[in-house]
Design a protein around this ligand. Structure first.
Ligand code: HEM
Length: 487
């Protein structure tokens, strides 16, 4: 994800491309990629950065540039220059040309931490042959043969209990620390996938770990935001407070996750991910790093998306009424698989994509829009936030309309979507999100459980800002009213 691109050093990118070719794609005429003029861009950027307090509004800045220059432009953000693309057809072509070992941008703070502490990391941090080896092993387990039904069976009791507990601990219906509670739910769900069908028996044993881990993973995110404002190398060299805090929370999260993994080791059943990874003859240490990264990856991604979905439903009475009517007489599984639920989740991710920018470096030159050449090795940023909110692809683009994802019975086409590829919340291609099926099950299941039992009301309106991922500008406060009280 590109949220850390401002901190990426060009040298870091270049070393990947030593052996990449830069042969001419075509000898036909090519145009130069639109780009803000240097001096006006500098002034513009300065004012935007000032207004946006260091990039909280980066998504809007990029959106404005697309309005001005069209679906492609070249711009510098900090030390890195990138080509931004918001056209769905060309975005797909970028994924199609990403080569055998697709390369994305890695967060600099994490890279630096891993280097200093010689920490081995999971799939997201791997490249080349190593990445390919593990991705091939993991794809069948998490995507091809993933059994959502069976995960739901293992999680049903836990999700129900957790949500009852939220309400029991609420302040007269106001759910306290909602975000952190959702982090814990995401981590517990991931634990269920790792442990398998013995999970319900062991929930009590893992809860103390997941509770602390949720806080710690959320702190990593908070400290990453603080570090994204300054040079990581400088902060680390001079042991600035931001770097020290980041290192401490990362270290703590690793320690807790390792303890959790040891605990899970004793519980695992044959349908658990941990057991299945062992069957693949992967060294134990590698398994631990892969599992640990899955737990961390599950935290803010699914928690943030679930939180936005809850907020959107709470602020759309009409859709919440529809949810109530449609879900009243169906069981949880039917609810999860309904068109309405799928539409709710797709709309949430279109409006609030966890990765609003996705970056790639291509191994060869690519000709786009039949006119422009993007040289091999140049950073390409896919403006997923802008394409997802473009009226050309989604009429009334800023509106939350889950029914736009329903199909017209006569024509078979989507009712309110011109190009579904204009929203790519999980990216595309070989390096796309490997946890997407887990995330989808968890988000649908959590929403179904909550909205079947409670009417959810907003206590204040919020706006979206970018803190590496799209977050509310103030904590989302929601009031739960049991449907049984409403008659
Ligand atoms: C709403 C939830 C989620 C969203 C929106 C999301 C989004 C993404 C995106 C956009 C990427 C591609 C990043 C890039 O190429 O730069 C990605 C990669 C990845 N995701 Fe997710 N993710 C979600 C949940 C999860 C979960 C629950 C897991 C846990 C298994 C997970 C594990 C990963 C991993 C390991 C990668 C790296 C894959 C690779 O490099 O081959 N994600 N995710």
């Amino acid at each position: 994800m590109v949220q850390h691109l401002r901190r990426l050093r060009p040298k870091q990118c270049c070393q990947f491309f030593k052996h990449y070719s830069s042969e001419s794609v075509a000898n036909a005429e090519t145009k130069s990629i639109p780009s803000p003029k240097q001096w006006s861009a500098a002034l513009h950027r300065l004012s935007v950065m000032q207004q946006s307090r260091f990039g909280k509004q980066l998504h809007k800045y990029v959106d404005k540039l697309h309005d001005k220059y069209g679906p492609i432009f070249r711009e510098s953000l900090g030390p890195v220059t990138a080509v931004f693309i918001s056209d769905p057809h060309e975005m797909r072509r970028v994924f199609a040309h990403e080569g055998r070992y697709p390369i994305h941008v890695l967060p600099e703070a994490w890279l630096h931490y891993n280097k200093i502490h010689k920490t081995e990391r999971g799939l997201y941090f791997m490249n080349g042959e190593e990445w390919m080896l593990y991705r091939k092993l993991l794809n069948p387990l998490l995507l091809k043969n993933y059994d959502g039904q069976h995960i739901l069976d293992n999680c049903e009791l836990m999700v129900n209990r957790l949500i009852d507990e939220w309400y029991a601990l609420s302040d007269d219906g106001e759910i306290l620390n909602l975000e952190q509670k959702l982090y814990e739910l995401s981590i517990l769900f991931m634990v269920a996938v790792i442990v398998g069908s013995s999970f319900p028996k062991h929930v009590r044993e893992v809860r103390p770990w997941t509770g602390i881990l949720a806080k710690s993973v959320r702190d990593i995110y908070k400290e990453s935001v603080a570090l994204s404002q300054i040079s990581v190398e400088f902060a680390a060299k001079w042991r600035l407070p931001a770097w020290r805090r980041f290192s401490t929370v990362v270290g703590t999260s690793f320690e807790i996750s390792n303890e959790l993994i040891k605990t899970m080791d004793k519980m695992v059943s044959s349908d658990g991910l941990l057991y299945q990874l062992r069957q693949c003859n992967i060294p134990q240490e590698k398994i631990n790093t892969i599992i640990l990264d899955f737990i961390l990856a599950a935290g803010d991604t699914t928690a943030t998306t679930t939180q936005w979905a809850m907020y959107l439903l709470s602020t759309h009475d009409d859709i919440q009424t529809k949810v109530k009517e449609e879900f009243e007489n169906s069981n949880l599984r039917e609810t999860c698989e309904s068109d309405l639920m799928r539409g709710i989740v797709r709309e949430t991710m279109r409006l609030y994509p966890v990765a609003p920018f996705i970056a790639r470096f291509l191994p060869q030159d690519l000709k786009v829009f039949d006119s422009y050449i993007i040289p091999a090795g140049e950073m390409i940023i896919l403006s997923v936030y802008s394409s997802g909110r473009n009226g050309l692809y989604f009429p009334d683009p800023d509106e939350f309309i889950p029914s736009r994802w329903e199909r017209d019975e006569q024509t078979g086409s989507l009712k309110g979507v011109v190009d579904p590829f204009a929203t790519l919340p999980y990216a595309m291609g070989a390096r796309s999100c490997i946890g997407r099926k887990i995330a989808q099950t968890q988000i649908c299941f959590s929403l179904a459980t909550i909205f079947k039992q409670y009417e959810v009301l907003p206590m204040a309106l919020v706006d979206m800002i970018l803190h590496l991922i799209p977050v509310p500008d103030k904590p989302i406060q929601l009031h739960f009213e049991p449907r049984s009280n409403l008659g």
